[in-house]
Design a protein around this ligand. Structure first.
Ligand code: NAD
Length: 340
């Protein structure tokens, strides 16, 4: 039976990388019944909002979505549609694996770190206002026992299910004693329920330095919202950049799969950017749908194409101006071919 999945192409480079991913997923032989939904600035005129109810209703009904990036105006304009989807559907755990792929020029071999980011509160709660316009502004950072408990539990369950031996809590509890103090306290309590998995913690600034120098010492990192967002981009840099970094947002019974990267507007419509991050997000989705064999087939083909180094986009070339780099759709076709 075909899997009914909400498909949100997004904007900027979103429609291109999503089309490439759709092509690869369909070539795996798994059948999909795509429920295509539009969100972002382009639907404002029609619906009066960048996130129409029909999009959320579709995800609630189908329980699974594959999503391209959506632009958020910087400094002004509407709030992030991406954050709004995660909050509205209570997709509390953002999983962002950073795994080295042979063939990509990087500083450390065999990096394999997974970031689990709290997705519903922290500084992304969006509770902020001008105290005195143009003079002072204030943002409120919310950390709750409830949200911390469930995201840390998710990290330990992920570690257990994926043979990972260490979970590290990332925080700034030395300075943010109330908020990150609570995050760390709750993380330690949850850790006691998982004696089979080692637990430690790191202050976020030290964590950043250690990840750059010694990424092999870490396996699963669990972070409050903002730190998780920043640390996961750092980890994607360790394995080749945003072009290869997949992601997934999980709630109770719902999941939305999307790359870590944004809409990269300057590359929109050029058939230039790397589809790998979205294709690997699609592979995470295949696993979620119980299609493990197809997921392995897709991941294997991605690795084979990148290792061969010929049919890859500019960001995977040693010299980013290398004229032999191929476009988004051409790389996807090479992946389809490698799938046999
Ligand atoms: P970005 O991730 O869009 O791009 C930053 C840089 O990363 C690009 O200039 C490019 O050099 C590289 N890059 C990104 N995707 C790539 C790919 N597939 N292949 C090769 N290189 C790639 O980040 P930004 O420029 O800070 O944000 C642009 C917009 O995207 C903003 O409006 C932001 O709010 C939004 N955004 C959306 C999401 C989401 O939809 N989940 C996530 C992050 C940012």
């Amino acid at each position: 039976m075909a899997h009914r999945v909400t498909l949100i192409p997004g904007d900027g480079i979103g429609p291109e990388v999503v089309a490439a991913t759709r092509r690869v997923l369909e070539a795996s032989g798994v059948e999909f019944d795509w429920d295509v939904q539009e969100a972002g600035a382009d639907v404002m005129d029609k619906y009066g909002t960048p996130l129409p109810d029909v999009v959320l209703d579709s995800i609630r009904a189908n329980k699974v979505a594959l999503k391209g990036p959506i632009t958020t105006p910087v400094g002004t304009g509407f709030r992030s549609v991406n954050v709004a989807i995660r909050k509205a559907l209570d997709l509390y755990a953002n999983l962002r694996p950073a795994r080295a792929i042979t063939g990509i020029p990087i500083c450390h071999e065999n990096v394999d770190v997974v970031v689990v980011r709290e997705n519903t509160e922290g500084l992304y709660a969006g509770i902020e206002h001008d105290v005195i316009p143009d003079v002072a502004a204030e943002s409120i950072r919310i950390i709750t026992r409830h949200a911390t408990e469930r995201v840390v539990r998710f990290a330990f369950e992920y570690a257990r299910a994926n043979d990972r031996g260490l979970v590290t809590a990332v925080h700034k509890a030395n300075i943010l004693k109330a908020t990150d103090g609570l995050f760390l306290k709750v993380a330690r309590e949850v850790a006691e329920g998982y004696p089979d998995i080692e637990f430690n913690d790191r202050i976020v600034d030290n964590m950043s330095m250690q990840l750059v120098q010694r990424p092999h010492e870490y396996e699963v990192l669990v972070c409050p919202n903002l730190f998780g967002d920043v640390i996961s981009d750092l980890c994607s840099g360790l394995v080749g950049g945003l072009g290869v970094a997949p992601g997934a947002n999980y709630g109770d019974g719902l999941a939305v799969f999307e790359p870590v990267h944004g809409s990269a507007p300057k590359y929109a419509g050029q058939n230039k950017t790397n589809p790998t991050a979205t294709i690997l997000s699609g592979a995470l989705m295949l696993r979620h749908l119980g299609e493990k064999q197809a997921a392995e087939q897709v991941e294997g083909a991605v690795r084979a194409v990148i290792a061969a180094g010929k049919w890859v986009t500019y960001d995977l070339k040693a010299d980013r101006t290398d004229p032999s780099a191929v476009g988004t759709q051409e790389m996807a076709e090479a992946i389809v071919e490698a799938m046999g």
